[in-house]
Design a binder for this molecule. Structure first.
Ligand code: FUC
Length: 818
């Protein structure tokens, strides 16, 4: 037996060795107190399971999530009675009887069945440490460089440490409890859930079995199991249904697995207990350190692909909640770097290639049975925004769960297209859930928007543009085609010009004034026109690249000719609707008609400056302050408007302390989660994408380097951002000038660069004419209709230089720019 002194040395070494395992990184969130609520707790996850760590010393709470625990069961919400009313609403809109159209839609073209099922949290893991109430030297952190969290404090002269991660390689939640003196770990481990059916002890394991909720006439059918098992060094463990008791251990490691019966949206036949036991038995064979190393190595394969360096800020000096306050006051601009990487961390942790579900409104971290907007998928901006950073920040594979969902929706949406609209192809409205519902959710003001298929398909096309993956394009082409067929069948001739328009529809969640009454239902909203125009163009290009379906592509081009052009209204604004109905004092959070500027590519300062000026006028009128996601969208829009300082101003609006009392005020919670309010993760992802757009853009015929650099980022570097056509770009800049440029070409082809500076380099030739790289084909759009005085449409463009160089697939080019 070891002497007490020897044991002390061993435990002490382990304790401090562990500290080194989780090396101090620049990109850390840290705090000096436990979380008082979910907006202070720290998120970890692996795309299947997730947890929120509160770090309370006496009663630790770890919120548990499993991405497939949703209320209800397989169903769809197709309204078989809607079709004749949809036709009547169309007719009323053609006759410009807007109010009548609205009233009829309110009654008959509205949610009839359920409004989608909520995503639910699994429950909580509680760890009770008797007596640990007054502690000193408390620290809680989340290291996003290796995806681990920890809590340390001193109690009664003993240093305690807890470490947490959700293993990417073994799919378990791991919690290790250590102290710098032997036999100091005494605690009780419990599982609790509002969805609990039973809790049992089987061979020392604590097993909680639960069932998801009934909701809006749907029976809860997702069965799940959570299992906790403990491995201890020294001391003893006993277990009964009240929990697992650890007594006087040197170390205790909790292994926790979770699983459900969910197989896919129409199959819930799996055995959750077998699944959870299988996962746990496999992981339990491995020690904490081995699991931790493989977990972090797996994570870093994604995370390390992009590095952003904006210099040194206050990261080691002040806690993250204080950094947020300082940032809002104009200090510590480097916090944007942490926020950027935190968005990437959240995507890696909530959306893995094999994840059954894409990231939802709360990512994977909803802590309620019925969270905000059911914690499901809102397709009129929020779901798409979640995936804006994936391609450009080199996390392309993480889009796969979204692509899988689109594939499912193309099946469930076939019924909606056929039964509700009498059309081929597939369609859905502004919401869906794990069961892939496609009917109308909520009243027509929100739900009568059948254009989500076009927006989702943009992600399929963009994935191809970034990766050049033809196998992917071939697989998803029929889905893109199905969406296009739907619009071929439903587009309606508009009375005045004969343009083909989506009718009935809305400009998402917005209304125009008809006489004195606000009305939302409309025909030919600008966003719909842009979405359909983009879809038709992309499908035709896809057909050409696949050398297939020529006749269909030609028919789409014919339809495209008949879509409405964009229109510039009397205030010099880009019109949101077919008629000039915009108000210059309108601050609505949705900026749907600016889809063409971002994420679309139909508005360009170089190709159609008048539309560019009109989009800018619209955005100026809308103002800055809004919900979290709205401000995140505006960061991207201002980046596309080539105004880095305004984009940065919006980053400061977004990264400022959240104020829950004020609706639509945005902001950031202490744990860096974005506030709608309440917490909604799209703003995190949107801001990460916006920062990338400030540094690199590739949607407009060239790779534009540092297109919207704000004054405060005078010096810095970014490596690993992706441009369309498979180009990986590393940029270093000083005094706002590029000093170093490295480009890796994965696919070969012409590389066209746009810079704000003159470069003399033998490799580069001055570019003219069309870019020959097929991933850089720009979209020819229709000439806008202008109903304003042209003086409102002047644009001051930056002086830029365009260069070409030929690349070979697999080669890296260091370009001397000085
Ligand atoms: C849309 C937005 C709301 C919210 C919800 C989840 O309906 O208009 O602001 O983000 O989605």
């Amino acid at each position: 037996m070891k002497s007490k002194y020897q044991k002390l040395v061993v435990v002490g070494c382990l304790f401090f060795l562990n500290t080194n395992v989780f090396a101090q990184g620049k990109n850390k969130l840290w705090y000096d107190k436990p979380a008082a609520n979910g907006n202070e707790a720290l998120p970890i996850g692996n795309g299947y399971i997730a947890a929120m760590i509160f770090g309370t010393t006496q009663l630790e709470r770890v919120q548990l999530n499993e991405s497939t625990i949703w209320a209800g069961g397989p169903n769809n919400t197709v309204d078989s009675a809607a079709k004749p009313y949809i036709n009547q609403v169309r007719t009323l809109l053609t006759q410009k009887k807007y109010l009548e159209a609205q009233l009829l839609a309110n009654k008959q073209v509205t949610q009839k069945g359920n409004g989608g099922m909520p995503y639910q949290f699994a429950g909580n893991l509680y760890i009770n440490f008797p007596g640990h109430d007054s502690v000193t030297d408390y620290k809680r952190d989340l290291n996003i460089e290796n995806a681990t969290a920890s809590v340390t404090y001193v109690y009664n002269g003993v240093h305690y440490k807890r470490e947490y991660f959700t293993s990417f390689t073994d799919n378990v939640l791991m919690v290790r409890l250590t102290a710098d003196k032997p036999q100091m770990i005494t605690c009780i481990i419990k599982l609790q859930s509002p969805l609990m059916k039973t809790v049992e002890v089987t061979n020392g394991d604590l097993v909680l079995s639960g069932l998801s909720s009934d909701h809006e006439n749907q029976k809860g059918q997702v069965k799940f199991d959570v299992i906790a098992r403990v491995k201890n060094v020294a001391g003893s463990i006993t277990a009964d249904t009240s929990g697992i008791k650890v007594n006087n251990a040197d170390t205790a490691v909790i292994y926790l697995s979770m699983a459900t019966n969910f197989v896919n949206y129409h199959d819930i036949s799996a055995n959750p207990l077998n699944r959870a036991q299988g996962i746990l038995n496999n992981a339990y064979k491995k020690d904490f350190t081995i699991l931790s190393q493989s977990h972090s190595a797996f994570y870093q394969k994604y995370y390390n692909r992009v590095k952003l360096d904006l210099g040194s800020g206050d990261e080691g000096k002040v806690t993250t909640d204080v950094r947020i306050k300082n940032f809002a006051a104009g200090k510590d601009p480097q916090l944007a770097e942490l926020y950027f990487q935190f968005g990437r961390y959240l995507l890696i942790s909530s959306s893995q290639p094999g994840s059954p579900e894409p990231a939802n409104l709360q990512g994977i971290w909803n802590g309620d049975l019925k969270g905000a907007w059911d914690s499901k998928y809102t397709i009129n901006i929020n779901t798409e925004m979640n995936y804006w950073p994936s391609e450009v920040t080199q996390l392309s594979e993480l889009g796969i769960p979204l692509f899988n969902m689109i594939s499912d929706l193309s099946v469930t949406g076939k019924e909606t297209a056929g039964v509700m609209y009498g059309a081929r192809g597939w369609s859905l409205h502004h919401n869906t859930d794990i069961w892939r519902i496609t009917g109308i959710v909520d009243g027509p003001f929100w739900g009568l928007w059948p254009t989500g298929n076009a927006w989702l398909c943009q992600h399929l096309w963009e994935h191809y543009l970034f990766t050049g993956d033809k196998t992917f394009l071939k697989k998803y082409y029929p889905i893109m085609k199905g969406a296009a067929q739907y619009f071929e069948d439903v587009l309606q001739p508009e009375a005045e010009h004969g343009w083909l328009v989506v009718s009935p529809s809305i400009s998402p969640e917005h209304e125009y004034i008809n006489g004195k009454t606000p009305v939302s239902v409309s025909a030919g909203a600008t966003m719909d026109n842009q979405l359909v125009y983009g879809l038709f163009t992309n499908v035709a290009h896809a057909a050409a690249d696949l050398n297939a379906d020529r006749a269909f592509a030609d028919s789409l081009m014919n339809y495209r000719k008949k879509l409405p052009p964009m229109q510039i209204g009397k205030y010099g604004q880009l019109q949101e609707w077919l008629d000039d109905l915009d108000s210059p004092t309108d601050h609505h959070r949705h900026v749907s008609h600016l889809y063409g500027l971002f994420p679309g590519n139909q508005i360009s300062p170089f190709r159609n400056p008048q539309l560019f000026a009109a989009a800018k006028n619209s955005l100026v009128c809308r103002g800055d302050l809004s919900t979290g996601w709205s401000m995140a969208w505006k960061i991207n829009l201002w980046a596309r408007l080539l105004d880095g300082n305004h984009a940065y101003k919006l980053i400061t609006d977004q990264i400022s302390p959240a104020n829950n009392q004020k609706n639509e005020s945005g902001g950031t919670y202490p744990n860096l989660f974005d506030a709608h309010p309440p917490f909604q993760i799209d703003g995190n992802f949107g801001c990460t994408s916006g920062i990338a757009e400030m540094l690199l853009q590739s949607h407009d015929g060239a790779i534009y380097l540092l297109p919207a650099l704000p004054d405060v980022w005078r010096k810095g570097s970014v490596t690993g951002l992706m441009a369309r056509g498979g180009f990986k770009v590393d940029i270093t800049w000083d005094d706002h000038k590029i000093t170093k440029l490295v480009i890796h070409s994965a696919l070969g082809g012409n590389c066209r660069l746009r810079l704000n500076q003159l470069v003399i380099n033998k490799l580069l030739t001055t570019a003219s004419a069309q870019n020959t790289n097929r991933f850089y084909a720009t979209m020819n759009i229709k000439k806008p209709i202008i109903k304003t005085d042209h003086s409102k449409l002047g644009v001051q463009l930056p002086r830029t230089w365009l260069y070409d160089f030929k690349t070979t697939a697999g080669k890296t080019y260091k370009i001397n720019v000085e």
